[in-house]
Design a protein around this ligand. Structure first.
Ligand code: ATP
Ligand code: MG
Length: 420
């Protein structure tokens, strides 16, 4: 009787060998770019105390209010699979006193995250992000560097048709002013708002601006603009970020509704979207969080970062069938006597970094020749009883079909001298 099959969990995906090459290429691009910009990798644990995310991401966010995988372990601790990386990185920054060791800390990560969302294209329950957190500078040149770095990764990986949306949500004082202005504006429209927006009106009116509902977007057209509430310093900061991006020839659009509701977010916010994606078109979100380190119990330290969704980047890039480097040499072994010679030759070639394969099924020469051609190998080496007796193997060029004998002892040197 066949056993019942156990499926993977909804919203999780296997990355199969014909896809993993694209992941590796993306990861290599990320690592090279991070290196060029002076960012170093940080790796944090897969789970943390639930409290870290409640405080660091915010109780009222979608992530914390409904998307976390949390549980209580045997000793009663409340734990959560990480749904984002900023809070863990800030925790590690504080805990390991990185700020005490160096005034500027430029950190990056590539990691898997967990959110209990409704799975759909571009939205999964386990997914991957790369991102950075840069600690120590409050100045616009750091904002501009962080944005340039994100754009550089996308450019190097070949993603075009991107839109960079930029805004500033000012300082906390600016936001309390804006919150009042927004409430005053929304009050007469209160009954026309969705239930979600009505709730946000009470708790966090800035998040009403996040709405995707067309009739609410219509109402918001005449809403006050956060730039009207900027302090002089907020304005100067934003203008400097813009002029640095101009100097670097990075194009952006200013989007005054791009806000974040939480108080430790300050000034610069940005989002990068791709026209190659449908509903889930955001590939990167970032911003400044000068109040976060303090919120999580550290010394006041300015910071800015972003996170980019890797599945969405690969979706936006579209399919290509780069399934990896193919075999270079295929060894065809015939008969029991040849087996040690085949094994030894395969090992010697592999030790010389030549991608080598052979048939582990002891099949006929015809079947092995078919595998050799399918493998993409440049040459096949044939070793059978006859070859063992003469001390010479046959090398077949799989493109031209030409065949020549080569001394078995000299095979490695000979193959090494070929361009495969
Ligand atoms: P969205 O509005 O699409 O839910 P978000 O605001 O939750 O995005 P962030 O928390 O800022 O997204 O994460 C940064 C990036 O991570 C997103 O722009 C997106 O590319 C990616 N991302 C977020 N959630 C998922 C998910 N469930 N599956 C795949 N990618 C995701
Ligand atoms: Mg989300």
């Amino acid at each position: 009787m066949t056993k019942e099959f156990i499926q993977s969990i909804k919203g999780t995906q296997d990355i199969l060998p014909d896809q993993s090459q694209r992941w590796q290429a993306l990861e290599t691009t990320i690592r090279n770019t991070m290196d060029t910009y002076g960012y170093r990798e940080i790796r944090t644990p897969t789970f943390e105390r639930t409290e870290l995310f409640a405080r660091g991401v915010g109780q009222e966010t979608d992530i914390v209010s409904k998307e976390m995988y949390s549980w209580t372990d045997q000793s009663g601790e409340n734990l959560t699979l990480k749904p984002e990386l900023t809070a863990p990185v800030v925790r590690s920054f504080i805990q390991n006193n990185l700020g005490g060791q160096s005034t500027i800390n430029k950190l990056y990560y590539i990691d898997a995250l967990f959110r209990r969302e409704r799975p759909q294209k571009g939205r999964y329950r386990q997914f991957h992000q790369f991102g950075i957190e840069s600690f120590g500078s409050e100045f616009p040149e750091m904002d501009a560097e962080v944005i340039a770095l994100a754009m550089s990764v996308f450019n190097d990986i070949g993603l075009t048709n991107l839109t960079l949306k930029l805004n500033s949500i000012g300082s906390p004082e600016c936001r309390s002013d804006f919150r009042n202005a927004l409430r005053d504006f929304l009050k007469p429209h209160f009954n026309d708002l969705s239930e979600t927006s009505q709730k946000r009106f009470e708790n966090n009116p800035l998040r009403v601006l996040d709405t995707k509902a067309p009739y609410e977007i219509e109402i918001l057209k005449d809403a006050p603009n956060i730039s009207d509430s900027w302090t002089g310093e907020d304005k100067a900061h934003f203008e400097e970020v813009c002029s640095l991006l101009d100097a670097m020839r990075i194009q952006y659009t200013i989007e005054s509704n791009l806000v974040r509701g939480l108080d430790y977010y300050t000034r610069t916010t940005f989002e990068i979207t791709s026209t190659a994606l449908g509903a889930q078109n955001a590939i990167c979100g970032g911003g400044r969080y000068d109040g976060l380190v303090e919120t999580l119990g550290g010394k006041p330290t300015p910071g800015i970062g972003f996170a980019a969704g890797m599945e969405r980047i690969l979706l936006a890039l579209g399919d290509d069938d780069s399934s990896g480097n193919s075999t270079q040499v295929y060894i065809i072994g015939l008969g029991d006597e040849a087996r040690p010679s085949v094994a030894k030759l395969a090992e010697d070639l592999r030790q010389n970094n030549i991608r080598t394969n052979f048939d582990p099924l002891r099949r006929s020469i015809k079947a092995q020749m078919r595998e050799a051609n399918k493998s993409g190998a440049t040459i096949a080496v044939i070793i059978g009883d006859k070859e063992l007796a003469s001390g010479q193997a046959e090398i077949k060029d799989l493109k031209t079909g030409d065949q020549e004998p080569v001394k078995i002892k000299a095979l490695v040197d000979h193959i090494n001298s070929l361009t495969l």
